[in-house]
Write a protein that binds this ligand. Structure first.
Ligand code: 1HE
Length: 262
């Protein structure tokens, strides 16, 4: 892989931290940047057991690079091809089998929300805001929001978000499922790293089943879904790696779950 320009890749033991570093454009995603994002999730550094997806600057991501879109004046078929590239890149994030924890701040809008929605856990710091301003710009989503964001907030709410361009702050985003945890301003990255390190300690087969299986099963009929769940459980529950964990539980060596602790 050639050295990326729009992202940085750092490893911290089993955690790989991918950072968007195009803060002068508020991390808006150009074609080249999209390819860099796809490449790192497609072929992560050896030993990666979880990812943090973060951003430099005050904003996570302002979505599609509107300047590039304007300058390229794409034809319909060129934009269809472009959408397929966004779908492919974000599918790899969601379905590669390795957990991705996003550290959100500032604007998480348009294609930036589509990117965040492909991650498995979203930590937002105070000051984060979510929106789909496409309607206002006269355009439509193209990076998977009609599927991923609509599933989170419901299709009806997504219609409203796109028509009104309303913004939701971090707390409201938490209520709606756009993020899973809200932390103080400036703390999203450290919390995401902490969680990614914790998640990296789960057996890879278990993480694979969690991050790929649940979404896929929710695309299936009840009968197919239950069958697929059984197949996943068959592989995960009989994995020899889990025996040590169960023994640690029996011998009371593992921390017990506590109410109210997340
Ligand atoms: C950009 C972009 C961009 C900023 N493409 N250049 N997304 C949007 O409609 C979001 C548009 N952006 C914003 O609303 C604001 O920029 C922010 C709220 C994110 C940040 O505001 P602020 O005041 O910090 O920055 P700024 O002055 O607006 O922007 C700084 C520079 O970044 C400026 O360029 P400059 O040359 O004047 O310095 C902006 O033009 C540039 N910039 N956002 C290109 N998005 C697969 S389809 C997906 C559909 C979509 O994602 S639609 C995009 C929705």
């Amino acid at each position: 892989m050639t050295k990326p320009n729009f992202i940085t890749i750092e490893t911290d033991g089993p955690v790989t931290i991918v950072t968007l570093v195009r803060e002068d454009r508020r991390n808006a995603i150009s074609e080249d940047m999209l390819l860099e994002i796809e490449n790192v999730f497609r072929a992560p550094p050896e030993g990666t057991r979880s990812f943090v997806l973060a951003a430099k600057g005050d904003h996570f991501c302002a979505g599609l690079d509107l300047r590039e879109h304007y300058d390229k004046d794409r034809s319909p078929i060129e934009f269809m091809t472009m959408c397929q590239k966004w779908h492919r890149a974000f599918d790899i994030i969601q379905f590669s089998g390795t957990p991705v924890i996003a550290a959100l701040k500032g604007a998480v809008v348009g294609g930036g929300l589509e990117l965040a929605a492909a991650a498995h856990v979203r930590i937002a710091e105070e000051g984060t805001f979510f929106a789909l301003p496409e309607g206002q710009r006269g355009i439509f989503t193209g990076g998977g929001a009609t599927v991923r964001v609509a599933r989170i907030v419901t299709p009806a709410r997504m219609v409203d978000m796109m028509l009104s361009a309303r913004t939701y702050d971090a707390r409201r985003g938490l209520d709606l499922g756009l993020c899973h945890e809200v932390v103080e301003a400036g703390q999203a990255l450290s919390r995401a790293r902490e969680l990614a390190a914790q998640v990296a300690r789960n057996p890879p087969t278990t993480n694979f089943a969690i991050v790929t299986g649940i979404s896929r099963i929710n695309d299936m009929s009840t009968t197919d879904g239950l069958f697929a769940e059984g197949l996943l459980a068959m592989a995960v529950q009989t994995n020899p790696e889990i025996r040590d964990r169960l023994e640690a539980f029996f011998s009371k060596k593992t921390k017990r779950l506590e109410p109210g602790v997340s």
